[in-house]
Design a protein around this ligand. Structure first.
Ligand SMILES: [Zn+2]
Length: 104
């Protein structure tokens, strides 16, 4: 039973490419809390644009799908090109950009 559950989790985490899904509004709250100088409305529109682009299949110059959260900050690019890290490890991505519907 435990093995089956573990296998299930592995499949689930591979499906998200190592990203931790977070609802749009929750990430906005988090970002504004951590960066009090950020204009909330302006950030919402930037992030919304990046999420919509990702959902529409926007790709980085390298050919990978863009990372909506990073793209909201630095312009459309994938996780690897933005961070220099090969693979996300507990990095956030907006749930709907990953193909989830937020359960709130
Ligand atoms: Zn790239």
């Amino acid at each position: 039973m435990r093995t089956l559950r573990q296998r299930h989790l592995d499949v689930a985490s591979k499906a998200t490419n190592g990203f931790v899904p977070i609802p749009f509004d929750r990430y906005v709250d988090l970002n504004v809390q951590n960066n009090p100088s950020v204009d909330r409305n302006e950030f919402v529109s930037r992030l919304r644009e990046a999420v919509d682009a990702r959902k529409a299949g926007a790709r980085c110059a390298c050919g990978a799908l863009i990372w909506a959260i990073g793209s909201a900050e630095v312009g459309a690019a994938c996780f690897t090109c933005i961070t220099g890290e090969a693979w996300p490890d507990a990095d956030y991505e907006i749930d709907e950009a990953l193909g989830y519907t937020a359960i709130v």
